[in-house]
Design a protein around this ligand. Structure first.
Ligand SMILES: [Mg+2]
Length: 347
């Protein structure tokens, strides 16, 4: 008997109940930018005068961005929102509202504890950054022919920045110094430990330092970089320095040199060999710190919004007809090209 195609009619999952639960727990009313939140066909937002809108959307897909056997519901919920907030941080934006689309397998949809933990964690991070959840959609996930069904979350973030002032990837200039916030390599190091022993992390909570399970988006830093006119260009480190600095170089049509001894390593990476720790910091990805550039004459504080800032290199001009390239300068003075090393997804 042929199976009825499951994409034909997605089943609602107690949709009204879930939306009512979300609505009850979000205080969109108290945010002046929300004229109308959950409860109508659309939300109505009022951006501040003389600001423009910034919009970003990020999938968090089970099996690709998280795994049910490795990540608790609260880690999955936190990471879903953190990814979008980090993109707003990279542009110096102030969050206006978040929208969440969530498809859940039937087994999860009937598991109020999973949904509660997912939303608790997502809304806790939302409250920290004063971003209201102003809408979304829910559905039961389609079931594949092998019977599998996955958690699929899509977060949409709207932010605002003074017109013409949002930080970009394309505006770095030769001579600019390169800086990163926080420490690097922690997320991939924690992911490797999680992979080896998922049960050890079962009760991890966001208030401890868990760079992979609960990354902290650097919104306050991004906003300060914009407001204080410190940065000439900025990106968030979602894929690792080697990839994300290459994005800045490509978009700005410049090259870069970074110094291996100046890369700030996450404490978790200190248990590794120095070479492995540096590799994780350069290529690990998902640290969600900011990488930015500033004119050499700009005084860049050692810490911004409570987050340490480290100088790691300098922007240089492209050679004639040469593509942008990133060079790693080691303690010995050895210079090696740094190819985008790429964050490997879970599957
Ligand atoms: Mg980004």
């Amino acid at each position: 008997v042929p199976r009825r195609p499951t994409f034909a009619k997605p089943q609602p999952l107690g949709e009204l109940a879930l939306i009512a639960a979300i609505r009850q727990r979000t205080s969109a009313k108290s945010h002046r930018q929300i004229r109308l939140g959950i409860g109508d066909d659309c939300a109505i937002l009022t951006p501040p005068p003389r600001h423009e809108l910034l919009v970003t959307t990020d999938f968090s897909l089970e099996g690709r961005h998280f795994r049910r056997d490795w990540h608790s519901a609260s880690s999955a919920g936190h990471r879903t929102l953190a990814r979008g907030l980090s993109d707003l941080a990279a542009m110096g934006a102030t969050p206006l509202a978040a929208f969440l689309s969530l498809a859940l397998p039937r087994s999860i949809a009937r598991n109020p504890a999973w949904i509660k933990d997912f939303l608790d964690s997502l809304l806790t991070l939302a409250n920290t950054h004063e971003v209201p959840l102003a809408g979304g959609d829910t559905s039961e996930s389609p079931v594949a022919t092998n019977g599998e069904s996955h958690i699929l979350a899509d977060i949409i973030l709207l932010g605002s920045a003074p017109t013409g002032r949002a930080l970009r990837r394309s505006t770095a200039r030769p001579g600019d110094r390169i800086y990163v916030t926080g420490t690097l390599g922690g997320a991939v190091t924690e992911l490797a430990a999680l992979q080896a022993s998922p049960r050890k992390f079962r009760n991890a909570i966001a208030t401890d330092d868990h760079p992979h399970l609960f990354p902290q988006p650097r919104l306050n830093v991004g906003q300060a970089l914009l407001r204080r006119r410190i940065a000439t260009a900025c990106i968030d480190l979602s894929d690792g320095i080697s990839t994300d600095l290459t994005h800045i170089c490509t978009e700005s049509r410049v090259s870069a040199e970074i110094f291996s001894t100046q890369i700030p390593l996450h404490p978790l990476a200190h248990v590794l060999s120095p070479a492995q720790a540096l590799h994780n910091a350069l290529h690990g990805g998902e640290d969600y710190e900011l990488l930015f550039t500033a004119r050499p004459a700009t005084t860049v504080p050692r810490s911004i919004a409570g987050v340490p800032v480290s100088p790691i290199g300098v922007i240089t001009a492209n050679g004639k007809k040469h593509a942008p390239r990133v060079t790693l300068v080691e303690a010995t003075g050895a210079r090696t090209p740094l190819a985008p090393g790429g964050w490997q997804h879970l599957t």
